[in-house]
Structures are given as structure tokens and as C-alpha cells.
Design a protein around this ligand. Structure first.
Ligand code: ADP
Ligand code: ASP
Ligand code: MG
Length: 405
């Protein structure tokens, strides 16, 4: 008998029929003798709809109120799921974040989980109930509702699996597992049977939204095995596990892309100690995450600084940088929101030279100009013009030998 945490994403609970199907699957697992804790997302499109409602009434949503609103998406699905289970003659109880409780810090919209109480969940399991927990939400010490950031239900599920010491956390979604690239833009993508936490973390951080990066971080830190699979086929999906020897043989495991990028360039910055700190400290004070940074030295003690940030932070970052540029006497600030980042990921790269060169070569042969580059032990990323995203992904996927036959 195992304890399984099962998370169902928005497309898996998009309407009442699908919710009933999920209930059937959970009940089937229960009948096999396993204990199941269910974590649900809002119906697909619902979180976007709620954000849009907020925009209609307030230009910049109040963070506390926005979280109260967004948390309702998951409230709907957990209650409907519990009803569906009860209708089929089994017991289920829904739990909102504050009812568990799932304690978080008070960073509304991107709160971090601090602690999860196991008492009520364990009591529910013990009495034969299927607990249905709202993903993506928690509560602050002062009792305010928080949300964890888009895609955060994955993180709720893994965190619950960890505290309950579950045997496995299953992530049910609309594709058969983790693929060598997004199967929705590359029809030749192959399903990966087994992937290491490290590679999965890189893929998630570089745009493969099939798993929220923080869920992979949690899983890796606590050694929680993940199984990403489809709620439509219920076939075996992808196991995310500790790295083993067989994985080293693959040079490139996956290709990812992210359109959520923007770039800012400050030209002719006086090149003196403290300049970079003067530019980047105010940006980090505004909680904006800078990704790639390039500094080019010019003649005459001047330098150009280019960096990327999430596209959603572009206007705010531009405002900050323009102010700083004036203060430090830089000549000009320019920005570009039509960029994307394509990356190749693979633990096999550690022991092979020339992978980055091959990537640059492939992009060049397709007439794609590289605007920025960054590398780590197991990934190479290039910023390119956004219009070339799909072409780049497909070309890299094919030429690194990832296409299925
Ligand atoms: P859910 O609502 O179930 O959480 P998401 O939309 O968050 O689902 O994630 C699933 C989607 O992730 C897929 O539909 C697919 O388009 C996208 N995706 C991006 N990269 C990958 C990848 N490498 N493997 C699988 N899916 C990917
Ligand atoms: N409903 C939230 C979102 O759409 C959380 C999630 O689905 O994981 O981002
Ligand atoms: Mg998701």
C-alpha cells in the first residue's frame, strides 16, 4: 500500500465531466489499496479570466486583493471534485490553503511555502477520506491568503508529498510526460522516460512549463520521485529521479524556449567601480530578476551594459534604469521586448566540448542571429529575435538528433 499525491492541472479539470473522470481515476487507485491525496489547479483559463476581471476594475491590482480573487479558482475545483467523489459513494474532503494550513510568507503573488501542517490531512486519510487540496495558495501568519505564482500547484503538490512522506508525487497534465521539447510546437518531440532532477530543473527554469521550477527544487532537495503523466491516457509518463550512469550518455536531453523575455541596453556608461551595483541594486530592490548580463568595454573608460529580465517587468525596469542612467551619466537606454531565449540542456554536456559551437552553427545556418549567450555546466542558452523561436527550436531539436524516427 502506497501513499500517492496526485496533482491535476487545469486542462485535467477543465469541466465537470473531466472532474468526474479524475474522481474515477482516484477512486480506482483507492480501490487498489493506495492512499491518495489530491491537489487540484483551477479549471484551465480560469486564473487568466480572474486576472482579467481584476484589470477591469483596477489598473494595477492590489496584491492582497488579487490573491483573494485568484484563490477562488482552485476553491471551485476542489469542492466539485469532493462532490464527484461523494456522488460515487466514496469519501472526500476539500481543503483550502488556510484550512490545511499551508503557511507561506507574505510576498503576495509569489509567496514561498514555509510550513505545511500534516495533522488534518493525516486525520482525513486515516478516516478513509480522499483529501482534495487547493493548489497554488497558502496563508500568511496574519491570516492573509497568498498565491505562489503561476503554475504553483505543482509546488503545492510536491511540498505536500514531502511533508506527508508520500511514496511518489504524480503530476497529471495534458501531455504524456516531459518531452525533448514542447510537443505543442515540435511534432517530432519524443517523450523522455527518465530524467534527472538537475536536467528537469534546467528545463523548467528555461521555459519548459510542464513543471514549475520550485516543484522540481523541492523534489530534488528531499528526493521525492515525480511521475509526470497524462490524465487523458493515463499511460506511463516521465520519471524525474536522481541522476544515474545511463543518463550521462545523452549529450542533449532537451530543447527549451521562453518568450517571457525582454532586454535592456544602457550605452556609454562611465566605467568605474560601483557602476554595475548602481544599476542592478535598484532593479533587485524592486524584486525584478535579472537573467543574462553582458558588459562591453568601449574606448575612453566607457562601457555598454545589456541584460534580460522577465517581459512582465519591462515597463517597471525601464523606469528604474532610465532614472539610474541619468544619475550616472550614461548616454542612452534602449529596450527590446521581441526577443526569446532558446536553450539546449543535457548532463552529457559536462564531458563534451564543442556543444555550444554546434548550437551556434545550427542557428547560423538557419539565418538566425544570436543576440546574447549564456552557458552553464549542463545548458547553453541563446537570446534571439522572437520571430525565429519555432524555427530555432525545431532546427536544434532535429540536428542534435532528438527527432523521433
Ligand atoms: P497543467 O495545466 O497541467 O499544469 P501546463 O500547461 O502548465 O499544464 O504544462 C503542460 C504544457 O507544458 C504542455 O501542454 C506543453 O505545451 C508545455 N511544455 C513545454 N515544454 C514541454 C516539454 N519539454 N515537455 C512537455 N510539455 C512541455
Ligand atoms: N491556477 C494557477 C495558474 O493557472 C496555478 C496552476 O495551475 O498551477 O497558474
Ligand atoms: Mg502547470
Amino acid at each position: 500500500m502506497a501513499l500517492i499525491v496526485q496533482k491535476y492541472g487545469g486542462s485535467s479539470v477543465a469541466d465537470c465531466d473531466l472532474i468526474k473522470r479524475v474522481a474515477d481515476h482516484v477512486i480506482a487507485c483507492k480501490k487498489q489499496g493506495d492512499d491518495v491525496v489530491v491537489v487540484l489547479s483551477a479549471m484551465s483559463g480560469e486564473t487568466d479570466r480572474l486576472i482579467d476581471l481584476a484589470r477591469q476594475v483596477q489598473a494595477t491590482s492590489d496584491p492582497r486583493e488579487l490573491d483573494v480573487l485568484l484563490a477562488t479558482g482552485e476553491q471551485t475545483t476542489i469542492s466539485l471534485f469532493a462532490m464527484a467523489v461523494r456522488e460515487k459513494g466514496f469519501e472526500a474532503t476539500s481543503f483550502l490553503g488556510y484550512q490545511v494550513p499551508i503557511d507561506t510568507d507574505s510576498d503576495h503573488g509569489k509567496a514561498r511555502i514555509l510550513d505545511i501542517s500534516t495533522e488534518k490531512l493525516n486525520a482525513a486519510i486515516k478516516s478513509g477520506h480522499i483529501p482534495a487540496v487547493a493548489g497554488f495558495q497558502g496563508v500568511t501568519p496574519r491570516g492573509n491568503i497568498t498565491t505562489l505564482g503561476r503554475g504553483g500547484s505543482d509546488t503545492t503538490a510536491v511540498a505536500i508529498a514531502v511533508v506527508l512522506k508520500a511514496d511518489i508525487c504524480e503530476i497529471y497534465t495534458d501531455v504524456n510526460g516531459v518531452y525533448t521539447t514542447d510537443p505543442n510546437i515540435c511534432p517530432n518531440a519524443k517523450k523522455i522516460d527518465k530524467i534527472s532532477y538537475e536536467e528537469m530543473m534546467e528545463m523548467a527554469s528555461l521555459g519548459a512549463k510542464v513543471l514549475d521550477i520550485r516543484s522540481v527544487e523541492f523534489a530534488m532537495r528531499y528526493g521525492m520521485p515525480l511521475h509526470v503523466r497524462s490524465s487523458f491516457t493515463y499511460n506511463t509518463g516521465t520519471h524525474v529521479v536522481k541522476e544515474d550512469e545511463t543518463m550521462e550518455q545523452v549529450l542533449v536531453s532537451g530543447v527549451t524556449y521562453s518568450r517571457n523575455e525582454a532586454r535592456i541596453t544602457i550605452t556609454k556608461v562611465p566605467d568605474s567601480p560601483g557602476t554595475a551595483a548602481g544599476i542592478f541594486n535598484p532593479i533587485s530592490d524592486a524584486n525584478i530578476v535579472v537573467d543574462m548580463i553582458i558588459q562591453n568595454t568601449r574606448a575612453g573608460d566607457l562601457t555598454d551594459m545589456t541584460f534580460t529580465i522577465p517581459r512582465g517587468n519591462y515597463d517597471q525596469a525601464m523606469g528604474i534604469v532610465q532614472k539610474v542612467a541619468k544619475e550616472i551619466g550614461a548616454e542612452r537606454v534602449a529596450g527590446d521586448q521581441n526577443i526569446a531565449k532558446v536553450s539546449i540542456v543535457g548532463v552529457g554536456m559536462r564531458n563534451h566540448a564543442g556543444v555550444a559551437g554546434k548550437m551556434f552553427d545550427i542557428l547560423a545556418r538557419h539565418g538566425i542571429n544570436i543576440l546574447m549567450i549564456s552557458t552553464s555546466e549542463i545548458k547553453v542558452s541563446c537570446v534571439i529575435e522572437e520571430k525565429f523561436t519555432e524555427l530555432a527550436v525545431r532546427a536544434l531539436h532535429e540536428e542534435f538528433g532528438l527527432d523521433h524516427e
